[in-house]
Design a protein around this ligand. Structure first.
Ligand SMILES: CCCCCCCCCCCCCCCC(=O)SCCNC(=O)CCNC(=O)[C@H](O)C(C)(C)COP(=O)(O)OP(=O)(O)OC[C@H]1O[C@@H](n2cnc3c(N)ncnc32)[C@H](O)[C@@H]1OP(=O)(O)O
Length: 168
């Protein structure tokens, strides 16, 4: 039920170059040490990359590395990721609340010989910067500029509202 509502909401949004939101991309090779028992990259490793890319984005937006994930959800593993393939992890700021940074992360991968990249994973994370007392600090608001920015900003709020309606 929640999943269907979230998947429907996700189908309506577009991530393209028309978005002006702050974003960062990490690129590297999937290493032999990232392997799972089936010979592909372990899902937990992909989650670590998602965490790291979100952390880099949150740090670049706030200028403060003391930020943590307060929520991660909507993780969708679309296809397996192969050892030796080029990996691209793109984190884009979707929305800022009083203290929260809502981030959409796309993981793409492909054979470096062809350069063709395919979407392997999408995930949404929420990060906050913490102060010395470990309280979430106010964040500089990000103001959407283009139609795509506004749509993604509204999308982030809609996903939070769906979860709140279902008690999580
Ligand atoms: C830190 C040092 C770094 C140093 C540099 C080293 C660099 C090395 C590289 C490392 C790269 C990897 C870095 C990854 C970082 C981790 O992944 S850290 C590991 C996982 N995370 C944690 O351990 C955090 C555990 N949680 C906590 O400690 C507490 O919840 C926190 C984060 C201190 C927040 O507590 P709080 O101040 O009471 O927060 P609260 O006011 O309830 O909520 C804050 C905001 O979150 C929102 N929120 C709360 N729940 C939800 C939810 N379910 N959904 C959506 N939003 C929510 C609230 O609505 C609020 O947003 P606003 O309405 O203000 O915009």
């Amino acid at each position: 039920m929640v999943r269907r509502e979230i998947e429907e909401a996700m189908q309506e949004v577009v991530f393209s170059e028309a978005g002006t939101a702050p974003r960062i991309t990490m690129r590297f090779l999937a290493a032999p040490t990232d392997v799972n028992w089936g010979g592909k990259v372990h899902g937990g490793i992909v989650m670590r990359w998602i965490d790291e890319a979100s952390h880099v984005l949150a740090t670049s937006w706030t200028g403060d590395a003391h930020n943590v994930a307060i929520f991660t959800g909507g993780v969708r593993f679309y296809r397996p990721l192969r050892i030796g393939h080029l990996v691209e992890v793109e984190a884009r700021l979707l929305h800022t609340g009083r203290t929260s940074m809502h981030i959409g992360v796309h993981v793409r991968s492909g054979d470096p010989a062809t350069g063709e990249m395919e979407l392997t994973t999408y995930c949404r994370t929420v990060f906050v910067t913490i102060d010395e007392a470990r309280k979430a600090e106010p964040v500089t608001p990000w103001l959407p500029v283009t139609d795509e920015d506004r749509a993604l900003d509204a999308h982030a709020l809609e996903l939070s509202a769906i979860r709140a309606r279902h008690g999580n």
